[in-house]
Design a protein around this ligand. Sequence first.
Ligand code: NAP
Ligand code: MG
Length: 462
Amino acid sequence: MKAQDGMYIDGAWRPARSQETIAVVNPADEQVIGRVPAGDAQDVDSAVRAARAALPGWAATPPAERGARLAALRDVLVARKDEIAETVTAELGAPLKFSEAVHAGAPIAVAGSYAELAATYAFEEKVGNSTVYLEPVGVVGAITPWNYPLHQIVAKAAPALAAGCTVVLKPAEDTPLVAQLFAEAVHEAGVPAGVFNLVTGLGPVAGQALAEHPGVDLVSFTGSTAVGRRIGASAGAAVKRVALELGGKSANVILPSADLAKAVNVGVANVMSNSGQTCSAWTRMLVHRDRYDEAVELAAAAAAKYGDRIGPVVNDGQRRRVRGYIEKGVAEGARLVAGGPDAPRAPGYYVRPTVFADVTEDMTIAQEEIFGPVLTILRYEDEEDALRIANGTVYGLAGAVWAGDEAEAVAFARRMETGQVDINGGRFNPLAPFGGYKQSGVGRELGTHGLAEYLQTKSLQF
Ligand code: NAP
Ligand code: MG
């Protein structure tokens, strides 16, 4: 794999201060496929200075011209989509077809949506005797995880650039190559120097320096709850804007009137895709007691069919963590109906597609985010019971409801404490706001709501 040995700062690839590097490993065969520089606080400082210097010019660039740069960026991502898919497959381990459709496809859709929004959004509005201007917040520090590595970068960088903000990105250490590719694409798209900057490095070093840098006006973070809490606390102390996209433990609620086979099969696919490393995955399936046994059988069969088609998880630590959860589920008395803690093959960080039945709400596997290919199936007595179980976690990121009648599903979804619900298998919408209720986060990404995160208002009275 191609790897840059510098940082993309102020429109060029520049050497890092230190000689330290990060090895990038292919999780499918455990081979080192490249090395990127491990940036430190000084690299972050250079990048933030470049972003600050570029801010006045970019903020004053007409939104239609910012939109034109984003359209050019989308076109570069389209032209390089095969390379993107291959890169994500190499550093994340996702099967190539999934990388092509989702890891390359979603960022193209999102970049395209912001090209259009930048050109059409009302950055000025009249309210009575006032004119309200929606102005860029300033310099954005973006910190992203590895599970949808390019999507999560684009979901922050595209709206930030559309709004007129400038950006410093610190991507996940496990997936820096697609971040470098993105920086090349920004350059090719003719985005002015300093508007977008990339510092690769470790979270507690480069990430923390970025989050705490006084020259950063807004921190947008996606990742674990533990790190999100710290970033939120330091942003609060500095009176800085912050957006946090954290974990989830979402419910897939199958109401008695639903098409059971469809609901179960789509539900299993949702959890197993990307090897279960999806924050919005529906990892708790809720089934009425009268249809429970049938659902368990269907889910076990669906998971078994996955077998070899599933990719590895991202690294050895993640594999150990996921297997630990599977062992804990067994120890707590859940019934294993597919998969298990043993490794299906080696080399590679593989975990077997796993399904647990007879899961009760109090079990660890029903409450904590596992972030691996592990589905839990819970039994409910009636609709009120289903709602109580669905809402019974600290999270509230996503969910699904299935019913024979759409209105019945909608009525249930409206009572769920969560930010996104798919009705009878609804499709991904790149314009729909994405983000969490409760401890799943603060703020929204995508569409106009995602753009609004990067804007602040100024009102002039006449
Ligand atoms: P993480 O540590 O929170 O990583 C997210 C990003 O934050 C990475 O770029 C990371 O850098 C950086 N980071 C780490 N420590 C930091 C600090 N002290 N200050 C600033 N930035 C910091 O998450 P992870 O280790 O990749 O995954 C752990 C768990 O988080 C997963 O098992 C999963 O449960 C959850 N997770 C959730 C999502 C989501 O979409 N909601 C995504 C990924 C992970 P490094 O890459 O160098 O660590
Ligand atoms: Mg980490």
